[in-house]
Design a protein around this ligand. Structure first.
Ligand SMILES: C[S@@+](CC[C@H](N)C(=O)[O-])C[C@H]1O[C@@H](n2cnc3c(N)ncnc32)[C@H](O)[C@@H]1O
Length: 216
């Protein structure tokens, strides 16, 4: 089997080989780093660029995000949408998302992003059932992933895509012992795998991303 051992220098080479990382994103990384340990939650430049390109390639017009944090992934998704597109993004934290709204304004995409503060499951359930989404990114509390997935899938357009982040959970998912978080991630991964409504592939980008396509 062909595998690559990831090192810091290789990771920085990978992150250096996208032309979608710019000054606005660099500023957001710096602002987020000042928060200290929570900064680890931010997606990396490679994953952000992947989100932008996948959003563009899929022709998505409406996007949904669970887990805004300081707005990096949301900004990347919004950049892949057309000017009249919409990203609805959910979080519970006002302090972190204040950094997000500043970055979105700097990037000129604030008008296509709707931030919803409150438990994401309530936000999703309250969405207008007539609105369908073309792409969704799940990146919040791991124990909620199955519920988010089950609520989002019926609201996804046929052929639409869900991306679930952290599905390799720092590389702990394959070998025991499994702690509670790892168990939650494994349960989600198996749940999706057993679902015949979707096609799925697990990517080793970032902390592991599951790419899920709703069968038309
Ligand atoms: C891993 S971070 C998201 C990182 C973000 N996607 C990025 O790239 O910068 C997870 C976020 O989920 C939020 N969160 C946790 N539980 C939540 C819930 N029940 N509803 C909504 N957001 C939640 C946290 O406040 C945190 O900002």
């Amino acid at each position: 089997m062909k595998t690559i051992r990831m090192t810091e220098s290789l990771m920085s080479y990978v992150n250096g080989h996208t032309n979608l990382f710019d000054d606005v994103l660099a500023q957001l990384v710096a602002d987020t780093e000042r928060l200290g340990s929570p900064a680890i939650m931010q997606v990396g430049p490679d994953q952000g660029a992947f989100l932008t390109l996948l959003t563009q390639l899929s022709g998505a017009r409406r996007a949904l995000e669970v887990g805004t944090f300081t707005g990096y992934s949301g900004l990347c998704i919004a950049r892949g949408l057309p000017a009249d597109g919409l990203l609805v993004t959910c979080d519970i934290n006002r302090e972190w998302t204040a950094l997000a709204t500043t970055a979105w304004r700097r990037a000129g995409v604030a008008d296509r992003i709707q931030l919803e503060i409150g438990p994401a499951i309530d936000t999703i359930r309250a969405l207008d059932p007539a609105i369908s989404f073309d792409i969704a990114f799940i990146d919040a509390d791991k124990t909620g992933y199955i519920d988010y997935y089950e609520e989002i899938l019926p609201r996804l357009s046929p052929g639409g895509v869900i991306l679930a982040d952290n599905v390799l959970w720092f590389g702990t998912v394959a070998e025991p012992p499994f702690d509670q978080s790892t168990m939650a991630v494994r349960k989600f991964n198996d749940h999706v795998l057993a679902d015949d409504r979707v096609d799925v592939v697990t990517l080793t980008i970032g902390d592991g991303v599951m790419l899920i396509r709703k069968r038309p």
